[in-house]
Design a protein around this ligand. Sequence first.
Ligand SMILES: [Zn+2]
Length: 265
Amino acid sequence: MKRIRTAILVVAAVTTASCATSPTGRDQLTLFSPAAMQDMGAAAFNDIKAETPAAGAFLNRYVECVANPIVGVLPGRGSQGWEVRVFDRDEPNAFALPGGKIGVYKGLLDVTETQDQLAAVIGHEIGHVLARHGNERMSGQFMVQTGMAAAAALTRSRESPERRRLMAVLGLGAQVGVLLPYSRSHETEADRMGLELMARAGFDPRASVDLWRNMARTAGRQPVEFLSTHPGHETRIRALQSGMAAAMDLYRQARAEGRAPACDG
Ligand SMILES: [Zn+2]
């Protein structure tokens, strides 16, 4: 009975199907309603919180100090109700989920040397959410007949393959050991959006280049979300640098308007 109800919910979600355009102008297929994506994001976040110890209030406050100004420049209601949790895990990893959930592994804070570098990661992850990459990936899965099972995973046991697949399409592959990286176009789009978001929040966008260099040096072969598709570090850095002049304009404007986050030291 529960599975039938889930199937009805999924069909209801899919009837709102639409062909959308991403924030950077890419055509995308997004079959699931924003409400359905928010529910799935919140459920996945609860699962992770239940399984993974928190790193504590001190680190959480630091990451909130960086995340809040970025969330604050999101358009409309996008800035409301975001939740940040730092997890006690050593891998340098982070993620953001529909429904306003941001997760950071404390190992990331060993790689990010400054608030601005951390802002580059958080901006990138929020970029994935704003550009509906999770929805797009779930829609792709749905089109190959596994979307139903993926959505049904919400009502099934923790360890089911369907649940692992759902987590993976939401961008949490590294958390559950399923290798399903974002595509290169998603990574590039998240980089572009992250650069703009961090600059508008008053973080120095040039730190994004330092961050990716650090990541390339220290992350090695771990299943880290933002390195998973290897757009090629130099390619990635060139793309960031090509958007840097515009980002610096936004950054200077933000500083002139008093947006100057001070989270370090
Ligand atoms: Zn990414």
